[in-house]
Design a protein around this ligand. Structure first.
Ligand code: PNS
Length: 165
């Protein structure tokens, strides 16, 4: 059984993440999407909210499971018997950070490799940070995030989803 872990902040999940999840689910028998709190980022959604949104938007994918973890990613992967970490790459600007993370994770556990999936063109500029910024000012982010996420974002910022544009 080939198991992969797709870790991230997912604050909140975007269509770009969803595209990576779908593609990874065709490559592995089981994909665990694991919410981690990135200590260098200030979060908008709680861990529970992020998990619930992910559960909603991946419900149709039978081999995708949602979880969360604390501590080191490589230790979590070992507990899950995962052979690979999935990470999405958008632009060259992602590369340095991802490369460092890959090398460090390899140092700690040679048994776990990282599979990088390049973002599909339509999502290559998308990020949770950008969609949060639009939603903060009442703009619908419907083309960039699943409906449940769009609604959750607008209501988080006190906007009515029906009135937004
Ligand atoms: O979506 P993000 O914020 O880019 O995800 C980063 C994340 C959560 C994958 C990374 O911060 C992580 O793996 N955190 C767990 C702690 C860990 O193992 N850190 C060492 C990575 S070198």
């Amino acid at each position: 059984m080939k198991i992969a872990v797709y870790p991230g902040s997912f604050d909140p999940v975007t269509n770009g993440h969803l595209d990576i999840i779908e593609r990874a689910s065709r490559m592995f028998d089981r994909v665990i999407v694991a919410v981690a709190i990135n200590s260098s980022k200030k979060g908008l959604f709680s861990r529970q909210e992020r998990v619930e949104l992910l559960e909603k938007v991946t419900a149709r994918m039978a081999n995708v499971h949602i979880d969360h973890f604390e501590g080191l990613l490589v230790e979590y992967c070992a507990r899950q018997s995962a052979m690979a970490v999935i990470r999405g790459l958008r632009a060259v600007s992602d590369f340095d950070y991802e490369y460092a993370m890959y090398q460090m994770n390899r140092e700690f556990d040679k048994g776990i490799d990282t599979v990088f999936l390049l973002a599909s063109r339509e999502y290559s500029y998308l990020s949770s940070t950008i969609i949060k910024e639009f939603a903060r000012y009442g703009r619908s982010v419907a083309p960039y995030a699943p409906d449940a996420v769009n609604q959750a974002l607008l209501s988080k910022f006190g906007h009515n989803a029906l009135e937004s544009n």
